[in-house]
Design a protein around this ligand. Sequence first.
Ligand code: MN
Length: 310
Amino acid sequence: MPDDLAELLHELKHELILATRILANQNVLDAFGHVSVRHPRDPKRYFIPRHRAPELAEIADIVELDLDSEPVRPTQFRLYSERVIHGEIYKARPDINAVCHHHSHAVLPFCISGRELVPVFHLGAVIGHVPFWDQREEFDDTNMLVVSPEEGASLARALGANAMVLMRRHGATVVGTNVRELTFCTVFSCDNAALQSPAMVHGHVDRLSPGEIERAAAHSARPPSTNRAWDYWVRHVEKGRLDAGAHRVKAEDREKEQDAETALAASLRELLTDSEICVIHGAARQSNKRTLSVLPRRRLKTTRTAVADH
Ligand code: MN
């Protein structure tokens, strides 16, 4: 794999993990729900974390699937049963490169009541027209999960050319041309729903006009807006210390690092007296250096320290 592609994929996967943590931090995702991104060079593949609560997902959990939502390489990981939502939408929508499926409590009152979700403030314009999909109409009684390719394709048809679709008695699926636009639309669609519900209790709901929706949505979709919001949400993730592990490298890279430390310890053993032991402390991966504490064997107290290259 060329280095530039490897770097591109790493950045994309890191952004995907950040998006899952942002959406968990915003109470859109909980133990359930998932986010995916299409492969930037191969439109017939996409990336999605393994079956895991999205807030806990790390880069090493990401699997590469084809558009039938089957793994490109054999994997021992359990996969999300509803992954066909992503694969079937990528098939139906070549313009879409990121998908989120969730059960946010902000949108569920609309899924339950069948009341129309409409843009009620300027940032909510990104939702545009929001269609409904009722699994029962086509598939009768199911376990309510979207697990067959036919069910996924049916949901993708209901989504049509829109940015999101409400799933009756279940949740919502949102799409975007990239991860940041998807995150923007997902957060503000939930904000819009969270504002519309109490506004309906007040009585009249004053929705945006078609012209306002078009202009405000176009303004919000610009990178200056999506990046500004992204940076703000990333900051909140960092403050909540939810970014821990988001940079974590692949398991095999960790093993290589442990092997290097073992080799280093073996070479140092020759330099120690019989009454000393050596402890290697964790250090910045990028520095290529390890801090060593040389301890007397009987009393675990540092007598001298050193920094070694490896
Ligand atoms: Mn679901």
